[in-house]
Design a protein. Sequence first.
Length: 151
Amino acid sequence: MLESVINDKDFAYLMQKNIQDLVIHLFEKEQNFGILCKIEDVSFDPQLPDSINSEFRALTLFFLAGYTFETARIEEGFLIFEAGFGADNYGSLVSVPLLSIMQIIVDETPILINLANYEKETDVKKEFDKGGVENSMASFLSNPENSKFLK
């Protein structure tokens, strides 16, 4: 029974929408948070050196605070932020598909757990883009203070 739920496209759509809505809420409240995500789906621009890439685990925690939080935004189904890595603080733009976020964490406590295991994320993204993005974004943009989170 659980398998049929977590592998369902509609369930994945709901999880993606919940993740986006929660991240926007945290932006609005100026609440720092962490994301535990599947590193295989994360992209870096510019690419990180192998010495840094090799340190990541299959599930990697990124903490959005300070400059990283200030640069964070949601764009086309991705959470995007700038971060520095390694001893030399190697800078990169990090793009995380929303469905690759497995947990959202505040003060060491998970406040969202994503169990969706739907493989065709592009199908979910298309469905997601049709629906509540405009409503969520309209609500988010109604506060002029939130413009700093979007580019």
